[in-house]
Design a protein around this ligand. Structure first.
Ligand code: BMA
Length: 326
């Protein structure tokens, strides 16, 4: 390729990337298979938290047998991560968790609530995926609290505050191949109920087949900002994209705003090609209070972890933009 042709290709890629409100970090992917110090098949969807100036990712790694486990990665800048030498959480070997984690633990989401770090994750068994909840003080040992749903349910995310005196979560029960986002409540984090549907799939949109919570809800003046994923089926297989919606602060089952177009759609090679191509899937985002920027971590093509950056204000504005904003 000539220099001129190369420039044109790179300019075109920049313009394409500019179509997403999320800016991809130039150093993506930030964690790949080569960065995992122990043998495994692949690395992808990661939960994120920041403790003081220290960034942590709880990353989903598929071991060589084919089950998912969690490893911990550390960073001082949110971009360059070092992964611990051994996994930090593996499928349980004591009941009742052992039966329901027999096929692995997947897609963690971290929520800090009243000073405790909770991890909501998918427990996978021969009976299907269901939600489980654990807590940790140090991210090296995890105390399992409970299995908190029946199958088929995934994409559980705990709100970072009680709502009207109760714990609240988002989740995604399935009906056939369709799935919507629901809200439910609990007094003790163990027993959940009062479930209500919050956000449904949209016919003729990028999120027409399934939607699910991605990062745990972020509190803003306008409501709970939810970064969620949406799936569309195509002749070439599903495409996973990310979008934003705003949920009412007091009643999160009420959607007060929802962007018509995605905030991130697979375009880069590392998002298009991998174990499952055409996937961007987030389980965590960090709001930088001093800059107003959001660092959103996402798994790309079920094969690596990336980070994308956006202004919090831009994500909020997107929630209230109409169908012609694309
Ligand atoms: C979903 C989850 C994610 C995965 C995505 C794309 O159902 O299992 O962990 O990233 O599919 O394969």
């Amino acid at each position: 390729m000539t220099q001129a042709a190369q420039t044109t290709a790179s300019q075109r890629r920049t313009r394409l990337a500019g179509r997403d409100v999320i800016h991809r970090w130039e150093g993506n992917p930030i964690v790949s298979l080569e960065d995992i110090p122990f043998p495994c098949n692949t690395v992808f969807n990661a939960a994120a938290t920041k403790i003081g100036d220290h960034y942590l990712l709880l990353i989903r790694v598929e071991d060589q047998r084919g089950r998912s486990i969690f490893a911990l990665a550390h960073s001082e800048d949110g971009y360059r991560f070092v992964v611990d030498p051994e996994p930090v959480m593996t499928p349980a070997d004591t009941e009742p968790f052992a039966t329901y984690e027999a096929c692995g633990i997947e897609d963690p989401r971290i929520t800090c609530l009243d000073g405790t770090h909770y991890v909501m994750y998918t427990a996978y068994s021969h009976y299907g995926p269901r939600l489980a909840l654990a807590k940790t003080d140090d991210f090296t040992s995890f105390t399992r609290i409970a299995l908190i749903s029946e199958p088929v349910n995934k994409d559980g995310a705990l709100f970072p505050k009680k709502i009207n005196g109760r714990y609240a979560r988002l989740d995604r029960p399935m009906v056939g191949s369709q799935g919507n986002i629901w809200v439910s409540y609990s007094d003790d984090l163990i027993h959940w109920g009062d479930a209500q549907v919050a956000m449904t799939t949209r016919p003729d949109h990028w999120d027409c087949v399934r939607v699910g919570a991605s990062a745990p809800p972020i509190e803003t003046d306008q409501g709970w900002l939810e970064i969620y994923h949406g799936v569309k089926d195509t002749a070439g297989g599903p495409i996973y994209r990310l979008g934003v919606a705003m949920l009412d602060l007091e009643n999160p089952a009420k959607v007060v705003g929802r962007a018509a177009i995605p905030i991130l759609t697979p375009r880069e090679y590392y998002e298009r090609v991998g174990d499952i191509g055409n996937v961007v899937f987030s389980c965590g985002a960090i709001v930088e209070q001093h800059t107003g920027l959001v660092k959103m971590y996402y798994g790309a093509a079920d094969t690596c972890i990336c980070v994308g950056i956006a202004k919090l204000d831009a994500l909020i504005t997107r929630c209230f933009e109409g169908e012609d904003s694309g």
